[in-house]
Design a protein around this ligand. Structure first.
Ligand code: ADP
Ligand code: MG
Length: 301
């Protein structure tokens, strides 16, 4: 059948007609304002507290933590083991309800959302990378990514496969795309987990020790990918790590000890951040620079 005729027949099919003309039920999708380039606040936490256990056995993992994360920043959350990093990450990433405090994402208080809205928020806006990979045992590497795109973003099968293959390629996993988790090494499983996090254009990427199972070369590639997602797509990336080799890749380092934020420093000390600061300041500085331009000197013969 000629291609144009088959396209016409498909367009006239009753199923398509109804799909186009029947109003869709409101999905209740969490509407967040479009992300703006230029370092605005995307997430704000105020007075967070989270403890485990009760009475004598109570452990306060996060105590009175307030911070703001910006659009397009690659943040490292560092601190000794047991200092509350994973707990704070879980609270900020809509996975663990705090005992007290608020987390606002683009103005919406996530812990006041209904369970359904919270689930939509996670699905639509957040990507997660955990130490334990959390891959589906029955799916191949490619299918792990396709599932996210097809069911999370309603992407068609051809497009889902194209995007999955592109991201797997960026992580050097093209030749292993047909393998299941049991057939992959720890480092390869982590790369699939990271590919799955990056394939869906997330607003937020939350990663807990994502490079722990990787050698430095693979770890470096992974952290560069995370930084690329922050820089190029404007995502807010928060990575828990205790690996000091990742420091040069951060826009911002947030330090924790004993459940509290110690220091939130260094943004001005990172060379690439300086570049961006310069770019942001250019419109402000330019007129002043002009004023300070030396007066033209007259040359005498
Ligand atoms: P980090 O990631 O910095 O190593 P965690 O956030 O995992 O720290 O843990 C902070 C504190 O909270 C630790 O003392 C830990 O034992 C305790 N903790 C974390 N999760 C639980 C839990 N599910 N039940 C009881 N205690 C917990
Ligand atoms: Mg931890």
């Amino acid at each position: 059948m000629p291609r144009r005729l088959s396209r016409l027949l498909r367009a006239c099919s009753p199923r398509r007609w109804f799909a186009r003309h029947t109003p869709r039920p409101a999905t209740g999708r969490v509407q967040l304002p479009l992300v703006r380039r230029g370092g605005g606040t995307t997430m704000e936490a105020v007075g967070l507290r989270r403890s485990f256990g009760a009475g004598e056995g109570e452990t306060v993992a996060v105590r009175d933590v307030s911070l703001a994360l910006r659009h397009g920043d690659m943040n490292l959350l560092m601190g000794p083991s047991g200092s509350g990093k994973s707990t704070l990450l879980a609270v900020l990433s809509a996975l663990l309800r705090p005992d007290a405090g608020h987390v606002r994402a683009h103005g919406a208080d996530i812990w006041r959302m209904s369970e359904t809205d919270l689930e939509r928020f996670r699905l639509r806006h957040c990507s997660y990378v955990f130490q334990g990979y959390n891959l589906f045992p029955a799916l191949t590497a490619r299918q792990q990514l396709e599932v996210v795109l097809r069911w999370g973003e309603r992407v068609g099968p051809t497009e889902a496969r194209r995007r999955a293959d592109r991201v797997l390629g960026q992580l050097g996993m093209s030749r292993k795309a047909h393998l299941r988790p049991a057939e992959l090494s720890g480092g390869e499983k982590q790369r699939v987990a990271i590919a799955r996090a990056l394939v869906k254009n997330p607003t937020f990427v939350f990663a807990d020790e994502p490079t722990a199972a990787l050698d430095w070369e693979n770890g470096r590639q992974v952290i560069e990918l995370f930084r690329g997602v922050a820089r190029d797509r404007g995502a807010t990336v928060l990575v828990v790590t205790h690996d000091p080799r990742l420091l040069p890749y951060a826009d911002r380092v947030i330090e924790m000890a004993d459940g509290e934020l110690l220091a939130d420093a260094t943004e001005a000390t990172r060379p690439h951040h300086l570049d961006r600061t310069m770019i942001e300041l250019t419109p402000v500085c330019a007129p002043r620079l002009k004023l300070r331009e030396p007066a033209p000197t007259t040359c005498r013969p």
